[in-house]
Design a protein. Sequence first.
Length: 318
Amino acid sequence: MKKMLSGARVDDTFIAPASRVPRDYCRERRDTRQLSDEDFLRGGLQRILGRCDSGRDFLQARQDRGETPARSMWFDALHSGRRAALAAEVTARSYKVFIRDRQHRDWLAEFPELAGRAVRAVDGHQLAHACHAARDRKGGLIPVGFLYGLCLHTGLQRSLVPFQVDGVRRHEWPVFKQQLPGWLRQDRGAKVPIVVGDPACIDVAHRAEQKRTRLALIITREKENMKPTFIARHAYDPADPADPVDRGVEADEIAGYTCAYMRRIVYRDPAGGEQFVFPTTEDSLRPGVIALLYLLRWKIEKVFDVFKINCTSSLSDL
């Protein structure tokens, strides 16, 4: 593989797009002779994707190759507010640059009703705790959790907000509700965005409020202990009864969930025979498209699997 890259290291080729962003787009960049911002960002990526057990282990491995600053300089940089602001700016700008570069790829191109409409899967993921992580009342280490958003058009994923970082165990759902408005306003288009969440999104009142304010329409999966009341058949009438996307749809109805009415789609997988039920506040899409969007939500789980693989392997070994 290295021969294919004409002598370039795999690390260099992989990190090159992220390194280009601070050079071309970031105003907070301030190079220093001891540790440039580019080297700082590069080191952070290598630390995350490497197999070192700790920060000291990481520094020792790089010192053996003469590639790292002194220990105190590295750890001081990790506590720098300016460096943190730079990393946040690089993250935001990188996402926009990657979106622009990948506009030709659209997983949802076959569905014109989704053109120009943001469709995102959202889920939380906990990372392995560091040795200096916060501890709970019993002395146990608390892992860091992040909420992530995956664009179902492009497949690009970004971190949204951390949770459980202050030693107080908060469920990801309250954090999601608190951060959702600001997150969606960052790249809101003319159409109301769709958010696809796992069965943890059971707050019916919250979903109804998002629909009323036209902030977001939510698709999720019904939990077994939810006991909705059938109200009526949904008014949706597909133009083509033989539409292949609706194959497997057994019911499209309006149901009552405690404090609100919602559309409820019953779908049976034509291949495996398993039945799924999707409550949603989205009223205009074909029922089969609703089921498909939830199926695509599983791509975010596959990205998490890649996270786990990368955390136990080194780029240098590729």
